[in-house]
Design a protein around this ligand. Structure first.
Ligand code: ATP
Ligand code: MG
Length: 332
């Protein structure tokens, strides 16, 4: 089976609906036909301010949400990034073949560092894409299913793999990004021109997987729309309504036009009520299953440990080969 790699940061207590639609739904389907590695990338999460006492719990919660959303740890390798030391080691190696200007062009770095301000921006945020390249390359990955915000990072990963291979000899498979066109980007409900994110400044426009369903329903009802009053898709003129349509279509598997037809001649209130029901019925069961798994953290930790052992075997093989090719003296 071809290899698949993807991951998410444990940067909040809950995942948001963009993570679910843009990533988890694809992961669930793709795990059938790929040898899939799904990681909770806790080392990446260190690039943002973190309360150490909360990070451990966020890591477990993220893993539990993967499983609740349908990732099967017996079928796919679901593990925590910091459990496999090779990630940090390969990241160092790759940083030595990454150009300073090349890393500086990454838009996620530019966005996040602008948000934090120069003083609060750290070097880890700058080298974030290099660590991500290490994640992917360690597993000889064929495809990387991500939202389109991560496309540039996967392109960098490809460049680094090709560069290393041509300088030192074939050590890496060159991966391809897989981006679901229609649902590549879910926007903030209050600010429908910026991406919904776990780390958004305000959570008024973020739908959380683990929130009380009634709270999510309220957020849908309060979503920003426009004054036209017609439920129709138009990304430029009607970003708010278009975003709600995309969410509605993704969660129900329906075409956008069929939803437009259903709500023709009715107001935004009806449309939002319909979407709120969809959100509640989709996330209710996911939330319950995740909370159940979190009731037994010892069992969850055991599953993660077994999966980490599986991941480590593959990762260590790649790293050993890389060290040999670089001419590092092996400890005998
Ligand atoms: P953070 O704000 O901490 O960066 P995030 O919500 O952007 O959190 P990540 O952990 O960075 O989440 O990304 C996890 C996965 O979810 C990636 O594949 C990313 O492309 C996808 N993703 C994140 N936000 C969205 C979104 N709004 N729409 C679609 N996909 C998304
Ligand atoms: Mg992100």
């Amino acid at each position: 089976k071809p290899r698949l790699y993807s991951g998410m940061q444990p940067s909040a207590d809950s995942l948001q609906i963009g993570n679910y639609i843009g990533a988890l739904m694809q992961w669930r389907d793709l795990q059938e036909s790929y040898d899939a590695f799904f990681s909770v990338v806790d080392l990446h999460a260190l690039t943002q301010p973190n309360d150490p006492s909360e990070l451990r719990e966020k890591t477990r919660r993220t893993a539990a949400q993967y499983i609740a959303a349908g990732i099967e740890p017996a079928k796919s390798t679901l593990y925590v990034q910091s459990h496999v030391r090779a990630h940090a080691e390969l990241a160092w190696v790759l940083s030595t073949i990454t150009g300073f200007g090349e890393a500086g062009r990454m838009t996620q770095f530019k966005d996040k560092s602008a948000r934090y301000g120069t003083d609060a921006t750290n070097v880890g945020l700058f080298t974030y894409p290099v660590l991500m390249a290490a994640d992917i390359l360690l597993y000889q990955t064929d495809i990387v299913p991500v939202g389109d915000d991560q496309k540039q990072h996967v392109e960098l990963t490809r460049d680094l793999a090709e560069r290393f291979n041509s300088r030192f000899g074939e050590a890496f498979r060159v991966p391809k990004p897989v981006i679901q066109k229609d649902t590549a980007r879910i926007y903030d409900l209050q600010n429908p021109t910026s991406k919904m994110s776990k780390s958004a400044e305000s959570d008024a426009g973020v739908l959380w997987l683990l929130d009380d369903p009634s709270k999510s329903a309220k957020k849908v009802m309060r979503a920003v729309t426009d004054s036209e009053g017609v439920v129709r898709y138009d990304r430029d003129e009607k970003p708010g309504v278009s975003n709600l349509l995309v969410i509605y279509a993704a969660l129900t598997g329906r075409e956008i036009t069929s939803i437009e037809d259903e709500y023709a001649g009715r107001g935004y209130g009806d449309f939002k009520k319909g979407l709120a029901e969809v959100v509640v019925s989709e996330f209710g069961p996911v939330r319950e299953r995740a909370l159940e798994l979190l009731d037994d953290p010892a069992e969850l930790d055991r599953v993660l440990a077994a999966n980490a052992a599986r991941a480590e075997e593959v990762a260590d093989r790649t790293l050993g080969d890389v060290y040999d090719k670089l001419g590092l003296l092996r400890r005998v």
